[in-house]
Design a protein around this ligand. Structure first.
Ligand code: C2E
Ligand code: CA
Ligand code: CA
Ligand code: CA
Length: 279
């Protein structure tokens, strides 16, 4: 074993071994969680200029029976690696569309739209479009209330095929946002070819928008770019009134962040929305 060099030695590093074991345990637990539906959705309000809630982004939560709440930042990458993101992502879409259909009967709630995160692995599935159509048919959700958030990583490879899928879904009224805009490898050249409805300014640019002139420049450019592409823009991670005001002064029209509400369970979201309506 000694002769086989550094890689081999590293593998037996007890710390690394512990990491590998933890990773495998998490993967096993994730498989069980998918089977046993230990997931739920949280809803984070999205608001317009006037502070009215226009909808929510749905964010996945995993309540592990022993370990408690596990952050999607930890398990989404693993779900992608193992392919579990495919059934999990389908479950998220089903749950979101079921909710949209349930709201449809209420005159106020029926105005809300839901944004669902779709990972690169998911949209690359051949069955992605037919899966979404089936879910829309099964639940009876209005496709015009459904918005899918793609990240730039979905658009790095197989761009033509992704564009074709977007076009098919858009033909039925489904909307598309480009999430975390500016953090990946988007080429401005193909941005104009993508049938997008919205750009989302990443929270990484919003955080220090009042302090860091580079972040401010990127946020302003994104707002202008969305305007010239004729699509909407949502700033995420808005935590303070000063950040909101700065963004508003530069032409932003949509906001999401702790200032308006953290991701919350359904009942809380509906309550927040109904109290906003009662005055
Ligand atoms: P994201 O799509 O960029 O979602 C926004 C993240 O920012 C959420 O983290 C949200 O809780 C957090 N956030 C919202 N407002 C604020 C704020 O004002 N300040 C700060 N500091 N953070 C804020 P969360 O829920 O932990 O999700 C992390 C990531 O996991 C998401 O980033 C998304 O990439 C992924 N994710 C979550 N749910 C799903 C899902 O159903 N499917 C897929 N494929 N990915 C998901
Ligand atoms: Ca998102
Ligand atoms: Ca985002
Ligand atoms: Ca992000």
């Amino acid at each position: 074993a000694k002769a086989s060099g550094r890689n081999r030695v590293q593998f037996f590093d007890p710390q690394m071994q512990a990491q590998v074991r933890a990773h495998m345990e998490l993967e096993g637990a994730l498989r069980v969680a998918v089977e046993r539906s230990q997931f739920s959705l949280y809803y984070q309000p999205q608001v317009d200029d006037t502070g009215h809630i226009t909808g929510a982004e749905v964010l996945l939560r995993w309540r592990h029976p022993v370990k408690g709440m596990i952050s999607p930042a930890r398990f989404i990458p693993l779900a992608e690696e193992t392919g579990l993101i495919v059934p999990l992502g389908r479950w998220v879409l089903e749950a979101a569309c079921t909710q949209l259909a349930a709201w449809a009967a209420d005159p106020h709630l029926s105005q809300l739209s839901l944004s669902v995160n779709v990972s690169a692995t998911q949209i690359r599935q051949d069955s992605f479009v037919s899966d979404v159509f089936r879910i829309l048919d099964d639940t009876g959700a209005d496709p015009r209330r459904l918005n899918l958030e793609l990240t730039e990583s979905s658009l790095v490879t197989e761009v033509e095929s992704v564009i074709a899928k977007m076009a098919a879904l858009k033909a039925r009224g489904v909307g598309f946002s480009l999430d975390d805009f500016g953090t990946g490898y988007s080429s401005l050249a193909y941005l104009k070819r993508l049938p997008l409805d919205q750009l989302k300014i990443d929270q990484g640019f919003v955080r220090d928008i009042l302090i860091d002139p580079n972040d401010a420049a990127i946020a302003k450019m994104t707002i202008l770019l969305a305007g010239s592409l004729g699509i909407s823009v949502v700033a995420e991670g808005v935590e303070t009134e000063a950040q909101r005001q700065f963004l508003a002064e530069h032409g932003c029209h949509g906001y999401q962040g702790y200032l308006f509400g953290a991701p919350m369970p359904l009942e809380e979201f509906e309550h927040l929305f109904s109290t906003a309506f009662s005055h």
